[in-house]
Design a binder for this molecule. Structure first.
Ligand code: PGA
Length: 271
């Protein structure tokens, strides 16, 4: 079985000093079984990436680093933007693409997201593609249709048998995060059963598109995950990990969630 993933999305939080402090705490508190293999990934603001990479290299931790966004162009006159190769150079190896906060506040479209995924692939960054329906779409029973559209357009499925027309994006190296928009930062979540059902739909869809011969991408759940609900999500066979926002800002809470999540996954695997 693939290892579970626990991604902390810090969003626009944490100064350099606070990032250092967080890492020190992870080094002390993280259980040995979560210290290797990039099971734990920190998605920090751009400003902390290079320093975090250096501190991680100098520590006993083998955890991954993710940026929260990238620009699709390789370089050029895009004031305020950051390219995939710049991110790679900082030491980061993952990048969140298409988070609903960016779709909503920054006008990111499925087409822009497709270009960003291609840019990530070219720079050998593993993209964490976020998909999810709004509350209205859920009420209209459009969840699966919306997610399929976001995946199809984002990954340009149907355009190339290798999954993407624009870049060497290997689907088995992708991470997909199902994050219902209405569950992000609200304390509301779908039931683990509902999430499992959506994840199965994603699995089946990718399989039917014939693009996963080299292995399935990991599919994570995100949206108001905390120490109280993580076990129930991780007990589900098709939930490969979690993307955590608010509750990941405390290192102690994040470590507790990792411990509970790993425990739940082990129970599933041995039962
Ligand atoms: P949340 O955020 O855990 O605070 O709901 C999740 C996310 O936005 O990735």
């Amino acid at each position: 079985m693939a290892t579970a993933s626990f991604i902390a999305n810090w969003k626009m939080n944490k100064t350099l000093a606070e990032s250092r402090d967080y890492l020190n705490k992870l080094q002390k508190l993280l259980p040995a079984r979560a210290k290797s293999g990039d099971q734990v990934i920190l998605a920090s603001p751009y400003t902390a990436l290079a320093s975090l990479a250096e501190w991680i290299r100098a520590s006993s931790l083998e955890i991954g680093l993710a940026a929260q966004n990238l620009h699709f162009a390789a370089e050029g006159a895009y004031t305020g933007e950051i390219s995939s190769s710049m991110l790679y150079e900082t030491g980061c190896r993952y990048v969140i693409v298409g988070h609903s906060e960016r779709r909503l506040h920054c006008g990111e479209t499925d087409e822009m997201i497709a270009q960003k995924l291609a840019a990530a692939g070219i720079a050998h960054l593993v993209p964490i593609l976020c998909v999810g329906e709004s509350e209205r779409e859920r009420e209209q029973n459009k969840t699966v249709a919306v997610i399929k559209r976001q995946i199809k357009k984002g990954l340009c499925l149907g355009l190339s048998s290798k999954g993407h027309e624009n870049g060497p994006l290997d689907l088995s190296d992708c991470i997909i995060a199902y994050e219902p928009v209405w569950a992000i930062g609200t304390g509301k979540t779908p039931t683990p059963f509902e999430v499992e059902k959506v994840h199965r739909e994603i699995y089946d869809y990718l399989q039917s598109e014939g693009v996963v011969s080299e292995g399935m991408p990991k599919i994570l759940y995100g949206g108001s995950v905390n120490e109280k609900n993580i076990s129930a999500f991780m007990e589900k066979a098709h939930i490969d990990g979690v993307l955590v926002g608010g509750a990941s800002l405390s290192a102690e809470r994040f470590v507790q969630m990792i411990e509970l999540g790993l425990e739940a996954k082990e129970t599933v695997c041995t039962s």
